[in-house]
Design a protein around this ligand. Sequence first.
Ligand SMILES: [Zn+2]
Length: 587
Amino acid sequence: MMLAGCDANVDVNIKGEPTAEEAKAFVAAVEKDFAEKSVFASRVFWVQANFMTEDTNAMAAEVGAEMTALAVKYANDAKKFNDLTLDAELRRKLEILKLGITLPAPSNEADNKELATISAKLDSMYATGKAPDGRTLGELSDVMANSRDPQELLKAWTGWRTISPAMKDKYARMVEIANKGAKELGYSDVGYMWRAGYDMPADDFRAEADRLWGQVKPLYDSLHCHVRAKLNDKYGDEVVPLDQPIPAHLLGNMWAQEWGNIYDVVAPEGSDIGYDLTAALKEKGYDAKKMVKTGEQFFTSLGLDPLPDTFWTRSLITKPRDREVQCHASAWDIDNKDDIRIKMCTKVNADDFQTVHHELGHNYYQRAYKNQSILHQGGANDGFHEAIGDAIALSITPDYLKQLGLIDTVPGPESDLGLLMRRAMDKVAFLPFGLMVDQWRWQVFNGELTPETYNDGWWALREKYQGIRPPVDRAADDFDPGAKYHIPGNTPYMRYFLARVLQFQFHKAACAEAGFDGPLHRCTIYGNEDVGKKLNAMLEMGASKPWPDALEAFTGTRQMDGGAVLEYFAPLKDWLDEQNKGRTCGW
Ligand SMILES: [Zn+2]
């Protein structure tokens, strides 16, 4: 849901003690206002992302600032009903109003304006950032992915981190102002607010995230040990000492967050994956539209409705030749009903085939909960929204690709190890990174870290959770967190950690529902309408109930569980532990 435009239409002028009746009327009026204003705002943002010019950027910034001001006003108004006993649904909506703001502005206009200015500035510093030699993030990322020359990698790695020292003071000021806004809303700090959005006390959520990490950590440790040994084989003791964290520039990714790009360095011998999906898509004449149609067909095979006609006339599916667009893939719900779209500069390759399913997962979720009132239109928690399409994409197995006619024969079990390793390099390697980004921000927002310790604190967490270290000493004024989009962009990150756990949990539950009894990584739920029905039961609930209720509707359990990750990768874990015999693991 997005909201925007004009001034607030709802005034709360309550004399004396507020009543439950007034709370109800207030929420109804706010929902009506949001429903109207969000459509206009969504259109402005859509136009900006599809036609990026000075003018559309300015229009989007203006609408964005108005939206924030409106959200802050309603969140502050909602506070007035804090002490009332209300029915669960109404109480939940008031909480969503208060917690729905990522960066709460204080109510005074000067602070609000300064916060908006700083966040816009940080955003553009990141978007326009370049290495000293003029290379863009895209160019530097290609080097990180493809080069195997440590000096070249180091130059790209340090080059990108020159964009962020200048962000540090602004970031610190932004933290100060946003914390003031959080206090006005009755929270100790912004990090506390972020943790409070999970239907449990904020401190319990901290423990919950640690619990999930504890479940999957042994698998990560085994992967880390093997990858470090292979990197040591390749680069030698000088570059990769076996008793230390892995230097962050050797893992194929600017942030060492996903390692799939160096699969060639760690590929198990004699375990060829057996097919090349990118080549198959090209050979069979797939274009961007056919990629998306194939994604849609997966969802309709589960008994869900086809996408509306407007999806096909209004989405952006290929990169236009004659104008600037925001190519980062995204899914949209313009009118909170049926006007769902994706915006994606689709390329015909295996990665984008996955991404199509990810984005359509958002669209199918959005449409499923369209009959909820507007404050309940959202994911059960923010991890759910990111996990749906990825869970579906776990069903893109060789067996499914054969059903599509993309490959002729399903490779035998000897290929499983390669497939699992390739997948683990992205999905398992990501887990500690997904967790530590907001661990860092929690410490920043609650004052445990100060501008002087921002960078050291970042690397302490990188080492603790990921077992990686900076390849060169970092200077006192460096600000390496700022070189990751979601920090200057102020996008909470815990959702990605949760989604990596949940997608395997969803996949496992779906495969059980389908009666599949082979290994999880071989299961596809393609064509199973019973699974579709159960899935839809969860999606339709949106954010109307606490997330354990939604989880239960689909999986039958009320706890998030990393066990499915372990089960999925179990054959790989056995193999890794065999390889790691005689090695010293850990850091
Ligand atoms: Zn997404």
